[in-house]
Design a protein around this ligand. Structure first.
Ligand code: GDP
Length: 191
């Protein structure tokens, strides 16, 4: 088994019924440039490398997170960069996704508007019990903040999402983001 972070390939292996070892398909959405790839690379590789791009297509990054209750959660992370160009593939991205991260940049009101568009798309195409996170990234640029935390928090609550502000650059709240998702995942009942 490949538990280290890295590029994985799609397989039919399924440990989804083991209550101690969960796996979840996670999709990323948000305007280009808000930091989706950097968030994933920070989480998976522990690095901030703005020049490196996550592969899109028939591969994804995976990372396993151990929780305090000794549960592990394997995230299969689909970075949907370029999805606008491949609108026909949208249903493929959403299919089977148990969690979604919608990212905006706290310095960009346009990206916050775009995030709200992506939330509507998720509500249209995604599973109704999908765990959804609204993420205000680039929190290190607080001097240039133009989206208030309170507005984002209220929007998230109205849409049954949880809200968190992160910085892929400083690593602030990146692990917490994935931990919050992991904690909210439904636990299968042992058979
Ligand atoms: P994507 O198009 O949403 O995948 O965005 P990228 O991950 O490629 O990031 C776009 C740009 O934003 C890059 O130049 C990053 O250096 C920068 N960036 C990403 N995350 C952060 C962050 O948390 N803080 C700051 N200051 N810059 C960031």
């Amino acid at each position: 088994a490949n538990n280290a972070g890295g590029v994985g390939t799609i397989s039919n292996e399924n440990s989804g019924t083991d209550p101690k070892n969960l796996r979840v398909k996670l999709v990323l959405l948000g305007d280009s440039g808000v930091g989706k790839s950097c968030i994933v690379l920070r989480f998976v590789r522990g690095q901030f490398d703005p020049t490196s791009k996550v592969t899109v297509g028939a591969s994804f990054l995976s990372q396993t997170l151990a929780l305090e209750d000794s549960t592990t959660v394997k995230f299969e992370i689909w970075d949907t960069a370029g999805q606008e160009r491949y609108a026909a593939l949208a249903p493929l991205y959403y299919r089977g996704a148990g969690a979604a991260i919608v990212v905006y940049d706290i310095t960009s009101p346009e990206s916050f508007n775009k995030a709200q568009y992506w939330v509507k798309e998720l509500q249209k195409h995604g599973s109704p019990d999908m765990i959804m996170a609204l993420v205000g990234n680039k929190a290190d640029l607080h001097d240039n903040r133009s989206v208030s935390s309170q507005d984002a928090q209220e929007y998230a609550e109205r849409n049954t999402m949880f809200f968190i502000e992160t910085s892929a650059k400083t690593a602030d709240n990146i692990n917490q983001l994935f931990e919050e998702i992991a904690k909210r995942l439904p636990r299968p009942t042992p058979s």
